[in-house]
Ligand binder design. Structure first.
Ligand code: ADE
Length: 234
């Protein structure tokens, strides 16, 4: 599978996506990442990609033409392809999207910047996606999140299948179980005894219970439980 990212900061994604399992998968050719400078899709000698908003208002709006030219230039002629605009106005990205997009031949991610993108872009994309209810300075960090989450769902990218199957959110609405490693005791905090028992059934049951307890505590919304707005976690 390949991901093409169109951005005014093509260098911004490279360091994060060159390390760990994603870096290794790129080196092995199991996953391809291509970044494209949006400014190279302008005719303008000053390579301008934004302009003032019709109707007035603060800030600049990304022009549609360079974005559409970029889509037309980078999109593969055939195959399962999806073109996604990253913006805080999009539908929220979820683990299921990562799993589905990992089966595509190509995912094209367009990074918004400035006050937004000319709304007519909706006619040239498949979907508008946000990574959460907060506003970033641009879509680049969101693209890195989506590339990492999607690439690790490509078969063979994460070594043992088990390590994605046990993930939080993977095929179940619960967080992953808490994990422990050495030392057995740290500043008065001990590893739970059951993990040292060698009894695999008991260990599995304990892990399942801790995962649900943690989900109730941190993400009651995943279980369809009411979230208490007055709760102070501080
Ligand atoms: N660009 C700015 N904020 C964003 C967000 N939350 N998700 C995706 N792209 C964005």
């Amino acid at each position: 599978m390949r991901v093409d990212v169109v951005t005014v900061f093509p260098e911004s994604l490279d360091s994060l996506l060159s390390v760990g399992v994603i870096g290794q998968a790129r080196a092995d050719g199991r996953f391809e990442l291509h970044t494209h400078d949006l400014r190279s899709f302008t005719d303008d000698p000053h390579r301008v990609v934004d302009d003032r908003a019709y109707g007035g208002g603060p800030g600049m709006v990304m022009m549609i033409e360079p974005l559409v030219r970029a889509i037309e230039a980078v999109r593969l002629p055939t195959g399962e392809r999806r073109v996604v605009l990253l913006s805080p106005q999009g539908r929220t990205f979820r683990q299921e999207d990562a799993g589905q997009w990992a089966t595509l031949d190509q995912l094209v991610l367009l990074c918004g910047r400035y006050q937004g993108v000319d709304e007519r872009i909706v006619h040239f994309i498949d979907e508008e996606i946000s990574i959460g209810d907060y506003v970033l300075a641009g879509g680049e960090a969101a693209a890195a999140v989506i590339v990492e989450a999607t690439a690790r769902m490509v078969p063979g990218v994460v070594g043992q299948y088990q390590s994605v199957a046990g993930d939080s959110f993977y095929e179940r609405r619960a967080l992953g179980a808490p994990q422990y490693t050495r030392p057995q005791s740290f500043r008065g905090h001990d590893v739970p005894d059951v993990l040292l028992s060698g009894d695999h059934e008991r260990i599995e049951r304990a892990r399942e219970r801790w995962a649900w307890e943690k989900t109730v505590r941190n993400r009651p919304d995943l279980l369809g439980l009411r979230v208490d707005p007055s709760r102070d976690d501080g």
